[in-house]
Design a protein around this ligand. Structure first.
Ligand code: AMP
Ligand code: ZN
Ligand code: FE
Ligand code: FE
Length: 275
């Protein structure tokens, strides 16, 4: 049996692995195909593709777009994206700027509370164009201002906490369109995590191609439920570990193993859409 992991992060967003380290881990876990889905960027894809080619592993370019629909945050995975598509790159650059600005706002909120974190230390920690809350948490730990990443989220960064800053997001309908015009397939990420069930019909009407039924944080019951939803709406089925490397516990890569038949269906659908 061949397996895939279609939800993975690297240092190009908030993961801790380089693309090369990620591919090595995928190999160690016996995976036959991976997709790189960093938050709001495709920058790591060329290196991951090269590393996969070197070990004859199938690679799917991707990204995880932070979006919203009717005030619900929803993450949309794009697969088979043309990583040089101008419109995609321009729009991603805008959201990367939003993320960088948000770091300054979170740091200002922390400073106001008397936590002397410097924005530069967060940017140095992130060292990427798509920084986020995990980088703030890591910088807080590194500076000795908090004991753990969990504590940083609990005390400061979780929604509703004092240093939480809302993020300007792309509309989910636009994200589907953006992915399609870049030659990709649009898939709703971890629906069980964001409680996005009610908005599925709207996104399907907008051309959503698939749904991530298998995810680290989905129970077996949840996965079965989303498999049924996929069947009802004629959606492709994907799955992945959402591995962020060593950011919290042990790397999650290898814990969600998507049977290859789903990769084949994804690949076939891509050719139907893009020729
Ligand atoms: P951001 O994109 O900046 O809003 O950060 C979202 C990322 O933060 C997610 O992809 C997770 O990796 C991480 N995250 C969100 N909530 C928590 C939490 N409570 N504890 C640890 N990490 C979290
Ligand atoms: Zn993340
Ligand atoms: Fe996500
Ligand atoms: Fe993710």
């Amino acid at each position: 049996m061949k397996f895939a992991d279609l939800h993975l992060h690297t240092q190009f967003s908030d993961g801790t692995f380089t693309p090369e380290e990620l591919v090595l881990q995928a190999q160690k876990n016996g995976l036959s195909c991976i997709a790189l889905t960093d938050h709001d960027t495709v920058e790591g894809c060329p290196r991951a593709a090269a590393a996969c080619a070197a070990v004859r592993m199938e690679f799917i370019t991707g990204a995880e777009l932070t979006a919203e629909h009717e005030d619900t945050e929803v993450h949309i995975l794009g697969y088979y994206l043309d990583t040089e598509n101008r419109q995609l790159l321009e729009r991603l650059a805008q959201f990367q700027t939003v993320r960088q600005q948000r770091i300054h706002e979170m740091v200002a909120a922390l400073n106001k509370m008397g936590v002397p974190l410097k924005a530069e230390s967060v940017f140095a920690m992130a060292n990427c164009k798509s920084p986020g809350r995990p980088h703030v948490a890591r910088a807080l730990v590194k500076a000795g201002l908090i004991n753990s990443l969990d504590e940083a989220f609990e005390k400061f960064l979780k929604k509703g906490r004092p240093a939480w800053v809302p993020k300007t997001k792309m509309s989910a309908l636009e994200s589907v369109e953006l992915i399609h015009q870049a030659g990709g397939l649009a898939v709703m990420a971890h629906p069980g995590l964001n409680r996005t069930d009610e908005i599925i019909p709207d996104l399907v009407a907008a051309g959503l191609d698939g749904i991530e039924c298998f995810h680290t944080k989905h129970s077996t019951v949840m996965s079965e439920r989303y498999l049924e939803i996929a069947e009802t709406h004629h959606l492709l089925v994907t799955g992945g570990s959402d591995c962020h490397g060593f950011s919290k516990n042990k790397p999650l890569i290898g814990t969600v193993r998507l049977p290859y038949e789903h990769v084949e269906k994804l690949s076939a659908a891509r050719h139907k859409v893009c020729g």
